[in-house]
Write a new protein. Structure first.
Length: 363
């Protein structure tokens, strides 16, 4: 063998060895909570960046583990916090994936649904958690600047998937994040994941970052009020078209659709004061397209602070009650809104809210 060929062979072998080592290291360290090959507390059980790149990790986890699931949950962090796929599977027997992503717009949720349909022909049920903030100019996205953008032009494309794989397996950033992830797992040793394998935000992660203090519980509400002018809110017509497209896709694919509006803690509705009429109009337009389970009443379950992590996110105990209600059709609280009853329903919610305000504000 000539020296030149020998050099090329050795160079190729060394390069291949280094590449395999880097890829293996990134898979084992699992800084983005994707592979779950060798999960060990103190090594890689917890992903310190898993929460921040859901728009990459949730689609990848779906492809890796959930292409045979019979049901999916779609929504924002509110359904990510309180809707357990295990609960729905126990009720229906259908394996379920929680595809909810923080601060998602309805257009983004449509794209996740289309992506799920493309890769899974077994879906029989969809629980769509519609959120007022997903249908307007998305104040959450404007306030929480650290959230990565959603780029539908690259979402689900083969080339983009290869680029994402290169980014998470063979890049300087992935190596750096892998080292940091192992170091933080070793020194802090959390015994929980950011997300369960079925996609839900894990209770361990929430408990570790929650607090009973008022500053934490009311923090999101105060952040919104201080950072966003709710008098400028406008309902986006295209968002209603995206919602309608989801309902059409379910009908075309013989998928049972459950649409629900999740509750907020009563104080959080104070953010809506400047746009309450738009909020009511949103429900009217939703109901004209598809019936929805509205759980935004002021029932005793919803005025009990123990049922909420903060003013914006309900706990699992409340989520389980909601899932059982929409499965059985026997509502413990809330109401199914339709074109026939939605205006009376809105008036009743406003009445309940005024009663709550008179008893709880300015005290």
């Amino acid at each position: 063998m000539s020296p030149y060929k020998k050099f090329l062979r050795n160079f190729a072998l060394i390069s291949a060895g280094i590449s395999i080592f880097i890829i293996s290291f990134c898979i084992i360290a699992d800084p983005y909570e994707i592979w779950n090959i060798y999960p060990r507390q103190g090594l890689n059980l917890y992903s310190f960046r898993g929460v921040h790149i859901e728009r990459l990790t949730k689609p990848m986890n779906f492809i890796l583990r959930h292409t045979d699931d019979k049901a999916i949950i779609i929504g924002s962090s509110r359904s990510d916090f309180c809707f357990s796929p295990v609960t729905w599977e126990n009720l229906t027997g259908n394996t379920t994936y929680n595809f909810s992503v923080a601060s998602s717009a309805i257009h983004e949720e449509l794209k996740y649904f289309e992506y799920a349909l493309e890769h899974n022909q077994n879906i029989k049920e969809v629980i769509l958690c519609v959120d007022f903030f997903s249908f307007v100019d998305n104040p959450e996205r404007q306030i929480l600047k650290s959230l990565p953008p959603f780029d539908e032009n690259k979402f689900g494309k083969f080339l983009s998937t290869l680029q994402d794989l290169q980014k998470i397996l063979f890049s300087w950033e992935s190596v750096k994040d892998s080292v940091i992830n192992i170091q933080k797992n070793y020194t802090e040793s959390p015994n929980y994941r950011c997300h369960d394998l079925n996609g839900k935000f894990s209770e361990g992660h929430i408990l570790a970052h929650s607090s009973v203090e008022d500053s934490k519980f009311f923090g999101i509400m105060k952040l919104w009020n201080n950072s966003y002018d709710f008098s400028t809110v406008e309902l986006l017509e295209d968002s209603l078209k995206d919602f309608q497209r989801i309902t059409e896709l379910c009908r075309e694919n013989n998928i049972k659709l459950y649409v629900c509006i999740l509750p907020l803690y009563p104080s959080h509705y104070e953010c809506f004061n400047p746009c309450w009429n738009i909020y009511d109009d949103w429900k009217i337009k939703l109901a004209s397209i598809f019936p929805a389970y509205d759980f935004t009443c002021f029932d005793e379950n919803l005025v009990d602070r123990k049922n909420f992590w903060d003013t914006s996110h309900a706990k699992l105990i409340l989520g389980d009650k909601i899932l059982k209600s929409i499965h059985s059709g026997n509502l413990e609280f809330g109401e199914i809104i339709t074109p026939e009853n939605v205006q009376n329903h809105n008036a009743e919610i406003t009445r309940q809210r005024e009663i709550w305000r008179s008893k709880n504000l300015n005290k």
